[in-house]
Structure formats: structure tokens, C-alpha cells
Design a protein around this ligand. Sequence first.
Ligand code: HEM
Length: 182
Amino acid sequence: MSLKNTKNSFGWISIILHWMMAIALIAMYFVGDWMVGLDYYNSWYKTAPDYHRAVGIIIGALMVFRLLWNVSQVKPKHLNPDDMRMNKLASATHYLFYLLVFIMVVSGYLVSTAKGQGVDVFGLFEIPALFSDSDDGGELAGDIHKWLGLGFILLVAMHAMAALVHHFKYKDRTLKRMLGLD
Ligand code: HEM
């Protein structure tokens, strides 16, 4: 299998980006949900949000790279070209994923910087606070981050279920080709 996509299959770069983002985003959801419940005396109280923010920024950068990579590649053909409804639904789901991840990164950035503090990325560099000074804005961004996070994880569950239905019920190559096995 090649590094680049072909008309029939995904290349390794697309496959690695897909699974790396999937693991990182699912972990981000559960870490985010866990860390907001930590009490002040827990040893992770400060470190977990620091890591969550830093990994979130890296995910944002990776997402931009993935988008650029995708537009530079041929799109492998739909496996069931006659099923227009399913193909449209699959494409809409992919766009929705990009939109949700984008909003999660931006709202996470806004909630983190609402009080004027930048986002430190593992001590390597800092993303400055550009739109601070409004507590209300920070609160709104926090609500968006919380509820779209929930929407995002529900979409992940649906997406995973759809992949399993393709694999076990329709017995097509949808899952196998994203695993690099076909
Ligand atoms: C990229 C995908 C991301 C996912 C899936 C995600 C998920 C979550 C979740 C589920 C929570 C818990 C929300 C709650 O119950 O109140 C949370 C909290 C939080 N996230 Fe994220 N997050 C992401 C990106 C980011 C980024 C990029 C940043 C900052 C640069 C960030 C900063 C925060 C902060 C500061 C909180 C705590 C908010 C509060 O205390 O109300 N997140 N995140």
C-alpha cells in the first residue's frame, strides 16, 4: 500500500491521521469530562487541564494538516455507488466531524483565554490570548465546549456503529480499507 490515496483505497498517511485523531479526540472527551470534576487537592487538578489544552492545540494543528492533506489527495470511490442516500449521509458526517472539531478547538481556546492568559503548549510555545476580557464570553464558550463535546462523542458512537454495520452486515470493505487491510 502506498503513502498516498488511490481511487480504490486510502494511503497510509490518511489512515494514520484518521486513527491518531480518533484516539486523541476520544481521549480528549473523557479526560475533559473527568478533569472538570476533580477537586482542588487532587494532584491532577492543574496538570490535567494543562495537558488537555496543550493536546487540544496540537489536535487543531493536525486537523489543519489533515484538511490540506485530504484536498491534495484523490478521494477513494464510494463502495456502494448506487446508494446515493447512504453516500450523502457519510459525506455529511465527515463534514460535521470537521466542523465539530474546529468548534471544540476554538471554544476550548476561548474558554482558556477568557481571563487574558495564553495557552502554554508543553512549555514549547504559547498561544496568546487574543479575545479576552469578557467573563460572559468565556462562560458561553464553556457551554458550547461542553454541549458540542457531547454531540461530538455521540457522532463518534454513530460513526463507529456505521463502520461495524458495513463490516458485519453488508460485509463490504469500508472498515478494512480504513485499517489498511484491503
Ligand atoms: C479538540 C477536542 C476537544 C475535546 C473533545 C474536548 C472535550 C472537553 C470536555 C468533554 C470537557 C468537559 C466539559 C464540561 O463538562 O464542562 C472539556 C473541558 C475543557 N476543555 Fe476541552 N476539549 C477539546 C479541546 C480543547 C482545547 C483545544 C482547549 C484549549 C485550548 C480545551 C480546554 C478546555 C478547558 C479549559 C476545559 C474546562 C472548562 C471548564 O472548566 O468549564 N479543550 N473539554
